[in-house]
Design a protein around this ligand. Structure first.
Ligand SMILES: Cc1cc2nc3c(=O)[nH]c(=O)nc-3n(C[C@H](O)[C@H](O)[C@H](O)COP(=O)(O)OP(=O)(O)OC[C@H]3O[C@@H](n4cnc5c(N)ncnc54)[C@H](O)[C@@H]3O)c2cc1C
Length: 373
């Protein structure tokens, strides 16, 4: 079977790329080595934060604004609740780079944010922070249901004619300008490939019989903790939050039925293969790293009720990699903070494959060339 585009990795970005490509009437194959939605990628665990006032820097904001619009349209098309607009609280030392970026992006892009004092944070949300910290609440943002989004995007793509193929890729080569993708069950052909295979994309690069560049994306093992709670309820107006502490960020979600979910942004273990990922609790710190400190700030949490492990796809500068690595093969990865961007990146990936080029501002910020020096 020959496709206009084969999307290798049908997770966060790939599922949306499949949806937008199918909407354009392209003949699309969504390929994955596990049946999505599953817990072998980077999107499981129910939810991901969506924020626009961005501590990671202003270069992301045009994509975030596009993603915000697309999330709304996608929610309508899916017929499901996808986006909880409960707001996001950014909390930290106002002199830190993260909080300065949040404040600056808010001002430069006229975002709807409200500054909050430690007293406000305590009275409004039951969050205790040092007296020299500030809060910046971005009201129109919040969180998206991640597993549900991937499932819906694939369902919509398939309704529009896309094929979902679950198979192990054994080899990719190219003859007469056509990609031949060999799997353990069949061989498919593609005019164009979007490679959106997340943290373990190197598995695919290693079986490509093509002259491809080195891509410095490595997996990092992360864990998530859920705590029992009768406070911090979504229905009571609790927002999602991201809070700086000791060189790391706690980020969390209000309880909507399964507890308060909290993660740590920096803490985790560098790994190279899937086998090293293991299960939640395999490493002693899985249960301790968050529990040890979090009650200082979020005092009304109950017991740790469950956990999960997941991976970040890390680049040396934590920025994305968006690059043509062969004439008709686009690599889109290195997304350690990328779920919120998924519709915008999926759309961008398909548009670039169609036109054969990437917008200059994307090349400027996200190309591989930045790692050369
Ligand atoms: C604990 C945690 C919390 C996070 N919190 C947030 C947050 O709050 N907000 C936010 O915006 N982002 C967050 N992120 C980051 C976000 O989830 C990721 O950036 C995003 O999911 C990455 O999308 P992706 O499409 O690159 O990869 P994935 O969604 O992982 O998709 C990759 C797909 O490729 C498939 N694949 C892999 N190898 C192969 C192969 N050999 N053959 C075929 N298919 C293959 C996988 O099975 C998977 O389906 C978080 C990540 C983690 C781990």
């Amino acid at each position: 079977m020959k496709y206009d585009v084969v999307i290798i990795g049908s997770g966060s970005v790939g599922s949306f790329a499949g949806y937008y490509a199918s909407k354009l009437g392209l003949k699309v194959c969504l390929l994955d080595n596990f049946l999505p939605p599953h817990s072998n990628g980077s999107y499981h665990g129910d939810t991901r934060i969506f924020r626009i006032a961005y501590g990671e820097g202003e270069k992301y904001i045009p994509l975030l604004q596009r993603a915000f619009r697309l999330w709304g349209e996608f929610e309508q098309a899916s017929g499901q609740r996808i986006f909880e607009r409960c707001g996001v609280l950014n909390i930290g030392d106002p002199a830190s780079e993260f909080m300065r970026n949040v404040a600056k992006s808010s001002e430069d892009f006229a975002l709807n944010t409200t500054p909050l004092s430690p007293k406000d944070l305590s009275q409004l949300y039951g969050i205790n922070v040092p007296s020299d910290f500030v809060g910046i609440l971005e009201r129109e943002t919040g969180f998206v249901y991640s597993d549900r989004s991937v499932e819906s995007a694939i369902r919509l793509a398939c309704e529009l004619g896309a094929h979902l193929l679950v198979a192990q890729i054994t080899r990719i080569d190219k003859r007469d300008g056509i990609y031949h993708i060999h799997t353990d069950s069949s061989q498919i052909l593609a005019d164009k490939i979007l490679l959106s295979a997340g943290s373990f994309a190197s598995e695919i690069l290693s079986v490509c019989e093509l002259d491809l560049p080195q891509i410095p994306v490595k997996p990092k093992r992360k864990m998530l903790n859920w705590f029992d709670s009768s406070s911090y309820q979504l229905r009571d107006g609790m927002p999602a939050f991201i809070m700086e502490f000791n060189g790391d960020h706690f980020y969390g979600f209000p309880d909507f039925g399964s507890g308060v979910k909290i993660g740590l942004n920096v803490f985790g273990q560098d790994i190279t293969t899937r086998d090293e990922l293991g299960s939640f609790g395999d490493i002693d710190s899985d249960k301790r790293a968050i529990s040890e400190h979090i009650r200082e700030f979020i005092p009304h949490l109950g017991e740790l009720s469950k956990g999960a492990v997941c991976t970040y796809a890390m680049t040396p500068d934590e920025g994305f990699v968006i690059e043509f690595i062969d004439s008709c093969m686009l690599y889109l990865g290195g997304l350690s903070h990328g779920f919120k961007f998924a519709p915008a990146l999926g759309e961008l990936g398909i548009s670039a494959l169609q036109s054969g080029e990437l917008p200059s501002e994307i090349c400027q910020h996200f190309s591989l060339a930045r790692f050369d020096s």
